[in-house]
Design a protein around this ligand. Structure first.
Ligand SMILES: [Zn+2]
Length: 116
């Protein structure tokens, strides 16, 4: 991603962008419309750099926190699903046991009948 620093030309009021990595104090830039020159001062460069870092650093931190939260929620969801599946299998097993008491033949009924 190329970060552009927007510049308003002081000669013709046209807008243009300077790639962030080239935006350095003392470098001469020229307006594409009127070729008017623009030289960023060190305090302007520092302010731009600070605001870029603050904004993109903040975004990155938020994104990382969001991704950690999602990963945690997904792990919890998977765990819940697998324990529900285990409980379901266990209940099927119990139904099978209940339907076959020792020495007695019992007709399967209800849900258990579907699994015979
Ligand atoms: Zn201009």
């Amino acid at each position: 991603m190329t970060w552009q620093v927007p510049v308003l030309c002081q000669h013709c009021n046209d807008n243009y962008g300077i790639p962030f990595r080239h935006f350095q104090a003392g470098v001469v830039f020229h307006c594409p419309s009127c070729s008017g020159s623009f030289v960023p001062t060190s305090s302007l460069c520092k302010a731009v750099k600070d605001s870029f870092e603050q904004f993109y650093g903040g975004r990155r931190r938020k994104r990382e926190a969001y991704e950690r939260k999602r990963a945690r929620e997904q792990a919890e969801f998977e765990k819940k699903q697998s324990s529900e599946l285990a409980a379901f299998k266990e209940s099927l097993h119990q139904m099978a046991e209940e339907r076959k008491p020792a020495g007695k033949l019992v007709r399967p009924k209800g849900l258990a009948a579907m699994f015979t």
